[in-house]
Every structure is written in C-alpha cells, then in structure tokens.
Design a protein around this ligand. Sequence first.
Ligand SMILES: *[C@@H]1O[C@H](CO)[C@@H](O)[C@H](O)[C@H]1NC(C)=O
Ligand SMILES: *[C@@H]1O[C@H](CO)[C@@H](O)[C@H](O)[C@H]1NC(C)=O
Ligand SMILES: *[C@@H]1O[C@H](CO)[C@@H](O)[C@H](O)[C@H]1NC(C)=O
Ligand SMILES: *[C@@H]1O[C@H](CO)[C@@H](O)[C@H](O)[C@H]1NC(C)=O
Length: 279
Amino acid sequence: MASTEDKAASKESPSSWKDSIYNPRTGELLGRTASSWALILLFYLVFYCFLAGMFTLTMWVMLLTLDDSVPRYRDRIPSPGLAIRPNSLDISFNRSDPQKYSQYVQNLESFLQRYNDTEQEENTDCSPGDYTLREEGEGMSQKACRFRRALLSFCSGLSDTNFGYHEGKPCVLLKMNRIIGLKPGGDPYINCTVKKENPIQMHYFPKEGRFDKMYFPYYGKKAHENYVEPLVAVKLLFTKEDYNKELAVECKVNGSNLLNNDDRDKFLGRITFRIKVVE
Ligand SMILES: *[C@@H]1O[C@H](CO)[C@@H](O)[C@H](O)[C@H]1NC(C)=O
Ligand SMILES: *[C@@H]1O[C@H](CO)[C@@H](O)[C@H](O)[C@H]1NC(C)=O
Ligand SMILES: *[C@@H]1O[C@H](CO)[C@@H](O)[C@H](O)[C@H]1NC(C)=O
Ligand SMILES: *[C@@H]1O[C@H](CO)[C@@H](O)[C@H](O)[C@H]1NC(C)=O
C-alpha cells in the first residue's frame, strides 16, 4: 500500500522519498498512521506486562516452596574442613614472657565465651552417642545440644587460665566447619602427629579426642540458632628438648565418611600448623 503511493509520489517530485518518513498529506509516519502506531505500542505494552506478570508469578510460587534454612538441591553433603584456635597457623612464643603468649590466651578465652555454662542455659543435654535429629512437628527451630566448657579439662581455661602456655605445654582447640546435614559416620576423633624422630606426648580432651555424634546434624543458622560446634582440645606436652625448634603438627579428623587426604585441599579434614616454644 505504501509502496504504490510512493511510486505515485515519486513521479510528482524527486525529493518525495522524504514522504516515506513523514507524509504530510496522509499524516503517515514511516508508513503508518498515528492510530496504527498507537495500537502497536499498546499491543507491545500489554504483551510485555503479561510476560513480566508470568515471570513474577512463577518466581513467587517457587520461592514459596523453598525452605530458607536448608539448601534445596545438593547432590552430596560435603566433607568438613578443620580449623584451630588460637587462630594462627604459626604459633610461636616465649613461655617465660606473658606478653608473648597473651594474644593466644586471649584468643582462646574469647572463643570459649560462647561455651560458658551461663551462655548455654537454653541448650539441652542430649543423649551421647546418637545423632540429635529434629523431631516431627517441632516446627522450624531445633534445640541446640549443650557442650560444657569443663569437658575440655586442662584446656578449658577454667582451672588453668593460661591454657598451659606458661608451662610450655600449650593447648590448641580443633573444630570442624559447620556443614548442614552432615552426619559423621563411625566415631569421629582427632589424631595429631608431630613430624619428629621421637614422638611428642599429647593429651586429648574430651577423652580420645572424640566428637560426639549428638552434636550432629546441624540444621542451619536460622533453624539451629544456639548451635555450638563440639570441640576437641589437644595439649602438647613439650619437654625442654622440644624448645627452640619449629615443630610441624598435623591433625586429622578420622571418621568413616570424612575425607582427610585430599591432595587439592589441605584443610579438608586435616590441618597443619607450626609451633615453637622458647624459654
Ligand atoms: C624469654 O623471656 C625471658 C623473660 O622475659 C627472657 O629472660 C628470655 O631471654 C626470653 N627468651 C628468648 C629466647 O627470647
Ligand atoms: C565465661 O566464663 C569465664 C570463666 O569463668 C568468665 O571469665 C567470663 O566472664 C564468662 N563470660 C561470659 C560472657 O559469661
Ligand atoms: C594416628 O595417626 C598415626 C599416623 O598417621 C597412626 O600411626 C596412629 O595409629 C593414629 N592413632 C590413632 C589412635 O588413630
Ligand atoms: C580411621 O577410622 C577408620 C574407621 O572409622 C579406620 O578403619 C581407620 O583405620 C582409621 N584410621 C586411622 C589412621 O586411625
């Protein structure tokens, strides 16, 4: 329709190609009248509003079905990493100089605040040896199991407020990273070794360096509000001949389904730190 008009117009005037942009006689802009343009714009407006509406609706329905305490799709539960306190992989101090070890002692003390009995009054005494599973009908929240600071004995900071640093027999605390839904198999325990000819004596607290199963599984930040990770303390019983040497300590968690020998990730289920005591 527009092309026949254009041909007719081009016979009259050579500059009439301008008419194809705006034709003053018919009032057409780019070959369409104003009402035709209005209809097209209206159509696209309604069409895109409809698409946006569809998108919002499906998104909303999907979000309704999500539980914000648990990731919905996970192919497998990952293995936890291991971390130590004091928060340093290079511990070095003079046992006769409190200024040199006070940073470690303060770090341990502030980390253990959450484990005070007063802080855990709300938590329950769970039954050792079994997973603490969320009960049906309990709703969203899960009671946290109590971990008594006193279980760490000489490394609790209660009887010995210096955690052994002043006597050159320092304590190091170990914990596994929180992983939602993880149920460690077997009876997971910590085993530390020092790379050295004659072995170094160590004491583990709680007994045998075990993580009790009752602290698992973890249900997530929102659902498991007062959760405290179980801890294992290792007290390195250095003697005079171990002083002035930088010793590498490797600790591993051993449980049937916990990885601790991944070549690519040296913190997966294990950790290596250096420690040096001078006198
Ligand atoms: C450790 O501290 C004591 C007391 O301050 C000091 O006499 C000693 O020389 C220090 N040792 C080293 C190796 O710095
Ligand atoms: C936790 O216990 C320690 C040792 O009994 C005490 O010094 C500290 O003030 C307590 N902290 C809290 C927050 O209750
Ligand atoms: C701890 O690890 C060492 C070396 O890997 C091993 O010889 C020892 O038997 C282990 N101890 C326990 C209690 O698993
Ligand atoms: C770790 O535990 C598994 C079973 O739980 C056991 O077969 C294995 O010998 C243990 N490894 C070490 C080094 O103790």
